[in-house]
Design a binder for this molecule. Structure first.
Ligand code: NDP
Length: 334
């Protein structure tokens, strides 16, 4: 599969270029940037033959089978629609867009065009998250009562740009991290949050957008999910707890970009560490996407998954802004 990277981004350079090349016959033949100089510098650093600041130039190349979109969030919608119109398969970064209407629009366009469209919710590709989901699905912890997701990180210096000061580009911890929590909760619990209460604030980094948020989501089963997201916590580390009538799962350090962390299960029989597969999260995301584009199965996270995670994040922000509990609006996609 021949790819064009749309966005000369950190994530493309750190993880996705290698993940594409880890696939059999995975080639990157274009990088597209808003700046020709940035495209050239990215291409030189990553060995990519063609560069452009004109998206259409790359999309008109018939050799391109698929695009990976990792520009800032406000650009995803237009870039995805252009790629879909050109008949390319699309792997798009989260959040799919800055509004629910735009996200639904992208997924509808991909369906109508018959191209594969997937969301890069890499965490559901982690062996750790899959192991936790399996423990929940097989009834090991009984009926789930609650879930706590701790995603309070210390934003690295080199990412302290638009995420902290640019609401138009989709900055803020809620579009950045709460969307991931929403996808993890949906994946692990197998149900979609119904409504949310939330608070957000600025705790040292944000300038014009929130850098911290806490929210509580009510699930259809009656389970509650507590989601804590922040850019400002140097030592908190990430984690997930799932508590059920027959057991508790306590996982630490499992919400990063690499296959790390620990999972501890406690039941009436005592405590045990749960082993899990340590494959690359991004290689797995791309592998599932390539397979799906070839007609074999579904991508790890579909476009609809991206719509739903965005819907949760938007409801969290509105609940925090208004101080009023929000029923989550999934469009008509719930
Ligand atoms: P970056 O800030 O590194 O890149 C985003 C865009 O900013 C790039 O596309 C580029 O624009 C522009 N840019 C990059 N470097 C510079 C620079 N030095 N000066 C000016 N502009 C620059 O963002 P991330 O890679 O962190 O995130 C990109 C997208 O990926 C977001 O949608 C984010 O939510 C998502 N993401 C997803 C992750 C996941 O695991 N699923 C992890 C991290 C991010 P241009 O394209 O025009 O060159």
């Amino acid at each position: 599969m021949n790819w064009a990277l749309i966005g000369a981004s950190t994530i493309a350079g750190q993880y996705i270029a290698d993940a594409i090349r880890a696939q059999a016959a995975g080639e990157i033949i274009w990088v597209v940037s808003g700046s020709q100089a940035r495209a050239t510098s990215f291409a030189n650093a990553h060995g990519i033959a063609n560069t452009t600041s004109d998206l259409d130039q790359a999309l008109q190349d018939p050799r391109v089978d698929a695009v990976y979109i990792s520009s800032t969030n406000e650009k995803h919608h237009a870039q995805a629609l252009a790629a879909i119109a050109a008949g390319k398969h699309v792997l798009c970064e989260k959040p799919l867009a800055t509004t629910l209407v735009d996200a639904i629009d992208i997924v509808g366009a991909a369906n109508a065009a018959g191209v594969m469209f997937a969301t890069n919710h890499h965490l559901r590709c982690a062996g750790s998250i899959q192991a936790i989901a399996a423990l929940v699905a097989d009834g090991t912890i009984g009926q789930v009562l609650s879930m706590r997701i701790f995603h309070a990180v210390h934003l690295p210096e080199h990412l302290r740009g638009w995420r902290l000061d640019n609401p138009v580009a989709g900055g803020g911890v809620i579009p950045d991290l709460t969307v991931h929590n929403a996808d993890v909760a949906r994946f692990v619990l197998g149900e979609d949050p119904q409504n949310v209460s939330a608070q957000m604030g600025v705790s040292g980094m944000g300038q014009g957008v929130e850098d911290s948020a806490m929210s509580v989501w009510m699930m259809p089963s009656g389970a509650m999910v507590l989601s804590h997201d922040s850019f400002t916590h140097p030592f908190a580390k990430s984690g997930i707890e799932v508590h059920g009538t027959k057991g508790s799962i306590i996982a630490k350090g499992v919400l990063g970009q690499d296959p790390e962390g620990t999972i501890e299960l406690t039941t009436k029989d005592g405590q045990q560490n749960i082993p899990f597969a340590k494959h690359s999260l991004y290689v797995e995301t791309v592998r599932r996407f390539v397979q799906a584009a070839a007609g074999q199965g579904a991508p790890a996270a579909t476009g609809l998954d991206g719509v739903k995670s965005l819907a949760v994040a938007l409801a969290v922000r509105e609940a925090a802004r208004s101080g009023i509990r929000q029923k989550i609006d999934y469009g008509d996609r719930a």
